[in-house]
Design a binder for this molecule. Structure first.
Ligand SMILES: *Cc1c(COP(=O)(O)O)cnc(C)c1O
Length: 395
């Protein structure tokens, strides 16, 4: 042990050890001391690698980013304070007043809000089109379209975007294709292999996997696009917490196991509840009755993911009864937790829409979305059977 400083105000040196820690250290330091002004100059000018101030980057974020880079086949990805911070970095880093962004028409609610409210306020034009229909996307392109933002699998109807057609459009017209890959994860789909220019994640969801951190990740194919997004993120302060990065890295070690198990459970659950009395329909991309089954089978290479959506007969009395009967399944508007969670679009993600618009999207009162976790499949199936029966027994 090195010498104890003469006042407690001085930092105590880290104990030396001839063995090394197996686990990534957690480094919460905001500031980094340099050896001299020359050394600091070298850092700022890029002649030497070094951290200076945590808003501009820190080791726990870099360790996490490198891991997700590897999964996505990306390089130079970086971590942000939330998935929405990643959406913000993409939009504000790459767009200026007068540009147009085209979005898929079933984006995550807050991404939708970004397009409907925040960007227009800054003079950026936005519009939406159906990403399952390449011709509809092509028709929505304007001379000033600079970016297209899509999700591969939509929430909660699990529609699959025509990524090849949209990527071809973007290539032909020099438009940046930005793909939010949160739902599919790199285990289900790797957008850079399919022509994406920018890929982003809400790491909060499946990647971290334990509902205890809020983080985002983003990467770009082009170094200039990356630099623009990073500069914007550092200036706007979209910084991730080192502890969150550390937790998310810890979560990633079990990601593949969790994902595969949850996916297997989801496929089994979908098939088990589809024939039950009181169930109007079940949506799961790998089921032959899914509207995008063929595209899913081809594009997602057989990976259906962990999300299942189903609709029961009846109204609020029945949906209340189902949630109350499903005592062990958290009724919570999130996804990707290690445990199964249940959400109800009509009262959560899609509550801002009119009942007519919800009906148009097929999101009536009876629709539930399940983010399937890693519990034993038989247990889950029994719990859902009982909850659906309880709903049906409600007058
Ligand atoms: C949750 C989510 C986001 C936003 O992520 P946060 O980490 O909550 O900010 C963006 N896109 C999709 C598809 C999501 O599910």
């Amino acid at each position: 042990m090195s010498e104890t400083p003469k006042t407690i105000v001085r930092r105590t040196p880290w104990p030396s050890s001839s063995s090394r820690a197996v686990v990534t250290p957690l480094q919460p330091s905001v500031v980094y001391a340099s050896a001299s002004p020359d050394a600091l100059d070298d850092q700022y000018e890029g002649r030497a690698k070094g951290y200076t101030y945590a808003r501009e980057g820190h080791p726990n974020a870099d360790v996490l980013a490198a891991k997700i880079d590897g999964m996505e086949g990306a390089s130079g990805g970086f971590i942000l304070g939330s998935g929405m911070a990643a959406v913000t970095a993409a939009m504000l880093g790459c767009l200026k007043a007068g540009d147009h962004v085209l979005g898929g028409d079933q984006l995550y609610g807050r991404s939708m809000r970004m397009l409907s409210t925040e960007l227009p306020r800054l003079g950026i034009e936005t519009s939406l089109a159906d990403p399952t229909d390449g011709a509809a996307m092509a028709a929505a392109i304007r001379p000033n379209t600079r970016m297209i933002l899509i999700e591969v699998v939509s929430n909660p109807t699990l529609r699959v975007a025509d990524v090849p057609a949209i990527a071809a459009l973007c290539r032909d017209r020099d438009i940046l294709l930005c793909v939010d890959n949160t739902f599919t994860t790199p285990r289900g789909f790797r957008p850079f292999d399919h022509g994406a220019d920018i890929v982003l994640h809400s790491v909060t969801k499946l990647l971290a996997g334990h509902s205890d951190v809020t983080l985002g990740w983003i990467a770009a194919r082009d170094a200039q696009v990356r630099a623009a997004m990073l500069g914007t993120a550092v200036t706007l302060g979209l910084t991730p917490s080192p502890f969150d990065c550390w937790l998310a890295e810890r979560g990633l070690y079990s990601f593949e196991l969790r994902y595969d198990r949850a996916e297997e459970n989801a496929a089994r659950l979908a098939d088990a509840i589809a024939p039950l009395p009181g169930v109007k329909r079940v949506l799961y991309p790998m089921r032959p009755d899914h509207p995008d089954h063929n595209r899913a089978a081809h594009l997602l290479a057989g990976r259906g993911g962990n999300m299942v959506t189903f609709e029961i007969e009846g109204g609020r009395a029945q949906t209340n009864a189902l949630v109350q009967a499903a005592q062990n399944i958290a009724f919570a508007p999130t996804l990707g937790d290690v445990g199964t969670t249940l959400s109800h679009p009509a009262t959560s993600s899609h509550r801002a829409l009119s009942p007519e618009r919800r009906a148009q999207l097929g999101l009536g009162e009876g629709v539930f979305r399940v983010s399937v976790g890693v519990e034993p499949a038989d247990l889950l199936i029994d719990e859902f059977r009982a909850a659906i029966a309880a709903a049906r027994a409600t007058a």
